[in-house]
Design a protein around this ligand. Structure first.
Ligand code: SF4
Length: 337
């Protein structure tokens, strides 16, 4: 047995590592943060990837790095600018904490990045998974990571629900820890998927105790909600309200004024769209309201032009609505009467 944590002999464990890394070298997805091991870029990608799909991160990663190409540029930025670049990625506390951590690294560590998982853990916004991911990928520290994908792969591979961190550490390839960790996550994301694992394509099928037959926890059903917003325009400016600083979600971000059901009467919808975050799916309706008919907002409201909106920390939904509304206006103008 390999250290007692895995139902594999030491020889089997070595073979499994070899097969998994061979598969990863041949099949890994080309992702921009895998092109080099720049500490700053690895860090940014790991924070963005927390609870977020790779496709969504790809949209924001390049834009964020163009605006903040270095640790120093991020540390020197205003929080509102950082949130504006994060707009649409959700979980805005990640951006705030990363910004705070950049300041700590510049001011207290003279710009020197931590090199071990333990040192990373001392920074704002860094938990066990992220610390291990950055330390192994950027600094070759032999520490295993466990995220939802890795946990599922381990449960299926071993056929038991033992301590995933202990099992992952026993399985880790100590010569290529960063690649091995990414290979485990990649296997879970692309082959050993939650609903339909593709065992016939799996590089470690010969070591797997369950071959897809293992129980996978059922996720809680998603919540469906309805939201209504007012689009209030004055010239080329639009009215936005700021979410309270103590809001549990998207605190301090700007959005269109929300509308209650009784405020909709008599107004025709401009557009309808769907929006999803974490565990909720929203059906959103937007109404055009004249400035003199707008409901009195409960929180601070201000007018912003389109260029100003581009630089604001908007909620992802508001950015989406403004883009759709602008597109709709363009189509309307170009349609012959
Ligand atoms: Fe997952 Fe199937 Fe591979 Fe086992 S054989 S690790 S269940 S994909």
């Amino acid at each position: 047995m390999a250290g007692g944590a895995l139902p594999l002999t030491s020889a089997q464990t070595r073979s499994l590592r070899r097969e998994l890394l061979r598969w990863y070298d041949a099949h890994r997805r080309e992702l921009p943060w895998r092109r080099d091991r720049d500490f700053y870029r690895v860090w940014v990608s790991e924070i963005m990837l927390q609870q977020t799909r790779v496709a969504a991160v790809l949209e924001h990663y390049a834009r964020f790095l163009r605006r903040f190409p270095t640790l120093e540029s991020l540390a020197a930025a205003r929080e509102a600018s950082v949130l504006a670049m994060w707009s649409g990625l959700g979980y805005y506390h990640r951006a705030r904490r990363m910004h705070a951590a950049a300041k700590v690294i510049v001011r207290e560590r003279h710009g020197e990045f931590p090199q071990t998982a333990e040192q990373w853990l001392a920074l704002p916004g860094i938990g066990r998974y992220t610390a291990a991911a950055i330390a192994s990928i950027a600094f070759d520290e032999p520490v295993a990571v466990v995220d939802g994908n890795v946990e599922r792969v381990l449960q299926r591979l071993t056929g038991n629900a033992g301590d995933a961190w202990e099992q992952a550490q026993a399985l880790l390839d100590r010569k290529r820890p960063g690649d091995f960790n990414q290979a485990m996550m990649e296997l879970g994301a692309t082959i050993c998927t939650p609903r339909a694992p593709q065992c016939l394509l799996c590089p470690v099928i010969s070591f797997c105790k369950t071959r897809g037959a293992h129980y996978t926890a059922v996720t809680a059903p998603r919540k469906n909600k309805e939201l209504c917003y007012a689009l209030v325009r004055r010239g080329d400016a639009v009215l936005l309200v700021r979410r309270p600083a103590d809001a549990s979600l998207m605190a301090g971000m700007w959005e269109l004024p929300p509308l209650a059901a009784e405020q909709i009467n008599g107004h025709a919808p401009l557009l309808r769209l769907r929006h999803s975050i974490t565990d909720s799916d929203y059906r959103v309706t937007v109404f055009v309201i004249a400035p003199d008919q707008r409901p009195e907002p409960a929180v601070a409201a201000r007018w912003f032009t389109v260029p100003q909106c581009e630089r604001l920390p908007l909620t992802g939904l508001t950015r989406k609505i403004l883009r759709r509304a602008a597109l709709q206006a363009q189509v309307g103008h170009s349609t012959p009467s």
